[in-house]
Design a binder for this molecule. Structure first.
Ligand code: NAP
Ligand code: ZN
Length: 355
């Protein structure tokens, strides 16, 4: 077994704390990666605190991973020692079902294996990227070509693909007016990607102080969603809305902004349900509410290549592993611009619990 060291939550209320564990021995199709950086997704917090009521403890979160390949199994063909590689939200799927066959492993009919909190036959749950290494089947490892600012690439592995996939699926592009709700980790990637796809982007935020940033990131217009007047100016005008909010809220205010046949896709996954939407608002304009889950492996590679071509990375604040609990509190207050990324070198810092 391969020794691994990271940070884990042991209960919904405990602070994340140092944790030693083991990874499986390298199999013939496996890639072993020393983790350099790991982004902090709001899903990590939902999971660490058991907000989705499905957490297996101890829980080592983290699914925005970039690192260096340090070993490869004998049948690995796409990676060699020394390569920079990425791992996102999934580390396995059945590879047999129709969804897997279509490259939509996230919708695997038999359930994909999450990078963390996923079941592993014969024992533990999977442990994620808040750690110094990971062993992953080659099929689920991504090639990273823009290596200049690696820490800022890490969030593409979840926030990037989770927004790219629905923007692409619902054909966002030139001539389309697209709303993005919530300027957090996902939302700021959605703004950058929708802008690069050529759409007219309207960012909806509850935080008036994020206005300048949103414009800088690529929004054409910014609306403070708590202002009924500002909202009313966009009634019946949007082709598509990507809702990235991590908390329960009233969807009707946004549905009213969709054109006839417009769609609002929810990617935010709050612990508490949204109030039931107004059925008449849907019926009278044939509006749709949809959902979307991360993205498949091939599409994740496509997104990474798209972002490299358009020079898109995440806006990040680097933290040490030891700061994760404070980072969670700040994320809850919306106090992050716009993604925390953990520098895994901090695990080795003198004086830290790891030393
Ligand atoms: P985040 O960085 O915390 O951003 C969430 C944003 O939502 C905040 O920045 C804030 O933006 C807005 N917000 C928060 N509380 C709000 C409230 N009470 N009312 C209105 N707006 C509020 O979170 P994230 O990492 O982007 O993740 C967002 C959500 O997506 C989480 O629930 C996460 O679990 C989920 N997620 C889903 C998938 C998927 O596959 N579907 C993948 C990854 C993450 P403003 O300040 O601009 O209002
Ligand atoms: Zn995530």
């Amino acid at each position: 077994m391969i020794k691994s060291y990271g940070y884990a939550a042991h209960s919904p209320t405990d602070r994340l704390a140092p944790y030693q564990f083991e990874r499986r021995e390298l199999g013939p199709h496996d890639v072993q990666i020393d983790i350099l950086y790991c982004g902090v997704c709001h899903s990590d917090l939902h999971t660490a605190r058991n907000e989705w009521k499905n957490t297996l403890y101890p829980s080592v979160p983290g699914h925005e991973i970039v690192g260096k390949v340090v070993a490869v199994g004998e049948h690995v063909t796409r990676f060699k020692v020394g390569d920079i590689a990425g791992v996102g939200c999934m580390v396995d799927s059945c590879q047999q079902c129709s969804s897997c066959g279509e490259g939509l492993e996230q919708y695997c009919e038999n359930g994909f294996v999450g990078t963390y909190n996923g079941p592993v036959f014969g024992g533990d749950n999977t442990y994620g990227g808040y750690s110094d290494n990971i062993v992953v089947s080659e099929k689920f490892v991504l090639r990273i070509t823009h290596t200049e600012n690696l820490a800022a690439v890490a969030p593409l592995l979840c926030a990037g693909i989770t927004t790219y996939s629905p923007l692409s699926h619902w054909k966002v592009g030139p001539g389309k007016k697209v709303g993005v709700v919530g300027l957090g980790g996902l939302g700021h990637m959605a703004v950058k990607i929708a802008h690069a796809m050529g759409a007219h982007v309207v960012l909806f935020t509850t935080s008036p102080d994020k206005k300048e940033d949103a414009l800088r990131l690529g929004a054409d217009e910014v609306v403070v969603s708590r202002s009924p007047d500002e909202m009313a100016a966009h009634t019946n005008s949007l082709d598509f809305i990507l809702n990235c909010v991590a908390a329960s809220h009233n969807l009707d205010a946004f549905l009213a902004l969709l054109k006839r046949d417009g769609t609002m896709t929810l990617v935010g996954a709050p612990a508490e349900p949204h109030p039931s939407p107004d059925v008449f608002s849907l019926i009278f304009k044939r509006r749709q509410i949809a959902g979307s889950l991360i993205g498949g492996i091939a599409e994740t590679q496509e997104m990474l290549d798209f972002c490299a071509k358009h020079n898109i990375v995440s806006d990040i604040e680097m933290i040490d592993m030891q700061d994760i609990n404070e980072a969670y509190e700040r994320m809850l207050k919306g106090d992050v611009k716009y993604r925390f990324v953990i520098d895994m070198a901090s695990l080795k810092k003198e004086g830290s619990a790891a030393a």
